[in-house]
Design a protein around this ligand. Structure first.
Ligand code: SF4
Length: 380
């Protein structure tokens, strides 16, 4: 079985090892780029949300690379995510591709087991336990590297040093095939990232909370590399409310703390949103509600055009931010989003945040903040 799954940030690192350790051959398509989106756009319904189009392009790339099985997770049917796998696979079959579908959460567990039985075999419980422990360790290592990277980017002396180091470490992590190697690499990564030389004066660093739809928050190809650019070019410490680790481990019940966090978020947002909409709406609203208290200077809400849960949040967040006196920037992404337009809006928003910070510190005055030169250049 040659099994493929769509890209989403660095989720491919733990997912590749999971597929491999269960006995199938993983087929990982290239990182999404403009060409991936264009392939998806050609065959997707026009008003489908952006992640649908990119993941459809990913599936096409994976099939061209020789995949014979496409795996996809399904949401809980409240938003379109519940239909992603079925509709995408229907489109691909109409295009003439032949493959087997495995829809986690969209099919009966017995049907999924029947498809996986030939590769997993009868040693399934032992194999699955081993595969899941490597999967969990890799997801935790990715989480730690990503979190450290977000802290280092605005502080590093040599711009891009921590990114270069992290990409080497993540490549080695992807290749590690045993639990012992993963643990060793995690320790090595911690030490290597601690060596990155940082500026001494860091009081001027602003903190921004990033909320919104999961795929847009985690996949740089969709958000125009928002997290890296905010850290490296604008010298901002960004904290997204979601991460690869949270998404992967929460849905598989592999970390009970994440379930507790999700329950707390739902409880906190109940006065605003008493329903489940099927996306990340509770994390979006709770992340905004607590932003000021947790020391963030502003909130960026990033979501795809036509995303049902996040458009509902879009109507709630301005009032919440007004009540809590926290600035908000909404960024809506689709295939027509202009990188230059996004950069301009970020510059204006960050200028506002800096002015607020300066006036709070009693240093009111114009010209105290100069937009970094690199930030004025269009997206790569
Ligand atoms: S959460 Fe939004 S973008 Fe994601 S599948 Fe649902 S409607 Fe589409």
């Amino acid at each position: 079985m040659k099994m493929a799954f769509p890209h989403m940030g660095n989720a491919y690192i733990p997912l590749r090892s999971l597929v491999e350790n269960l006995g199938a051959e993983p087929v990982v398509p290239d990182r999404p780029h403009r060409g991936t989106l264009e392939r998806g756009l050609l065959h997707a319904p026009e008003f489908a949300c952006l992640p649908f189009k990119v993941t459809l392009g990913d599936c096409l790339n994976a099939l061209d690379k020789g995949a014979d099985t496409l795996a996809m997770v399904s949401g809980m049917w409240a938003c379109r995510f519940g239909y992603y796998g079925r509709v995408q696979h229907m489109i691909l079959r109409d295009l003439g591709y032949e493959f087997q579908s495995v829809l986690f959460g969209g099919e009966r567990p017995a049907d999924i087991w029947n498809k996986l039985k030939p590769v997993v075999g009868w040693g399934a419980p032992r194999k699955a336990a081993g595969a899941l422990s490597v999967f969990r360790a890799k997801a935790a290592a990715v989480e730690e590297v990503e979190a450290r990277l977000r802290e280092l980017r605005p502080r590093e002396v040599r711009k891009g040093e921590s990114d270069r180091l992290a990409s080497r470490l993540l490549r080695r992590l992807d290749e590690a095939d045993t639990l012992r190697k993963v643990r060793m690499l995690r320790g090595e990564a911690r030490e290597a990232l601690a060596e990155v030389r940082c500026r001494e004066e860091t009081d001027d660093i602003l903190r921004i909370r990033l909320v919104g739809e999961l795929y847009v928050l985690l996949e740089p190809a969709l958000n125009l590399d928002l997290v890296r650019r905010l850290g490296s070019d604008f010298r901002i410490e960004v904290q997204p409310v979601l991460s690869t680790y949270k998404w992967l481990l929460c849905s598989l019940w592999l970390d009970p703390r994440l379930k507790v966090e999700a329950v707390k978020a739902r409880r906190l947002t109940r006065p605003y949103l008493p329903y489940v909409l099927g996306g990340e709406e509770h994390m979006t609203v709770s992340g905004t509600l607590t932003a000021r208290r947790e020391g963030f200077d502003g909130v960026i809400h990033a979501y795809p055009l036509t995303c049902m849960p996040e458009n509902i949040c879009r109507t709630l967040l301005p009032k919440i931010c007004r009540e809590r006196d926290v600035p908000l920037l909404s960024l809506c992404f689709d295939e027509h989003t202009s990188p230059v337009g996004v950069t301009t809006r970020l510059e204006a928003f960050i200028d506002l945040l800096r002015s607020r910070r300066l006036s709070r510190e009693g240093k009111r005055g114009s010209g105290a903040y100069a937009v970094p030169a690199a930030a004025t250049a269009p997206w790569d």
